[in-house]
Design a protein around this ligand. Structure first.
Ligand SMILES: Cc1ncc(CO)c(N)n1
Length: 229
């Protein structure tokens, strides 16, 4: 684990990370991430991933904006409003930089709908954000940050360089992203520390579901998944 995961053992984040370690390990060793690290990931698979991620980031941004609106203090409001903005900035940089580099035109993007998994994950985040109390919303959003920070650093540590996917690796392994992730972990732990046992249990369910959907998102790109009918 990298420094994004330095927490004290009694926190929500420590429990959640420990409980879902097998799923994290499954993500870390997925063929998609192995191939990304050694630079052999096919362009077709990375393109599928990027187009779906552009769709996803808008939904993630909306979920974050709802978290901002539900924040129980002004610091949380600023933290998640800023994170919502960054999600859209990253989505735009996919279009301006990655789509250019990897040859995806605006027509191709506009005719590619969300895949089943992207649709499920996006709707899970937005539904949870609208329906659940603030601590549960944060628990649903946390894996999106934390898993990417860990996977980014893990891939950086074993990546063949130069690598066609260096810009992606550097975004998620970079200190700027990790600083934001540590702050989200801290806010989630603070929200959990005041939560009732029922809300705490729902936090774990939401965290687990998002972690599973992270695995499914990469798997979907690996399989070039589309709607069956
Ligand atoms: C699917 C997914 N989860 C998390 C992130 C990082 O925020 C991302 N870009 N895409």
């Amino acid at each position: 684990m990298s420094d994004a995961t330095s927490f004290s053992a009694s926190t929500f984040s420590a429990h959640a990370w420990g409980r879902d370690l097998p799923t994290y390990e499954a993500i870390r060793t997925m063929p998609f991430n192995d191939a990304l690290a050694d630079g052999t990931l096919s362009l077709e698979r990375f393109r599928h991933y990027m187009v779906q991620d552009a769709h996803y980031l808008i939904a993630f941004g909306r979920g974050l904006a709802i978290a901002a609106a539900k924040a129980d203090d002004p610091d949380g409001l600023v933290q998640f409003a800023e994170a919502a903005k960054v999600a859209v900035v990253v989505e735009r940089s996919l279009h301006a930089d990655f789509f250019e580099t990897f040859g995806i035109g605006p027509e191709e993007f506009s005719r590619t709908e969300m895949s089943p998994v992207c649709h499920h994950y996006s709707n899970f985040l937005i539904a949870t954000a609208y329906a659940e109390p603030y601590p549960v919303v944060l628990a649903a959003l946390l894996p999106c940050f934390w898993i990417y920070a860990e996977i980014g650093r893990d891939i950086l540590g074993r990546a063949a360089r130069p690598n066609p996917y260096d810009a992606w690796i550097d975004t998620y392994a970079g200190e700027e992203f990790h600083e934001a992730v540590r702050a989200v972990i801290a806010t989630t732990d603070r929200a959990a520390s005041g939560a009732s046992p029922d809300v705490l249990a729902r936090m774990h369910v939401a965290y687990r579901r998002a972690t599973q959907l992270e695995w499914m998102f990469w798997d979907s790109a690996w399989r070039l998944a589309d709607w069956p009918v």
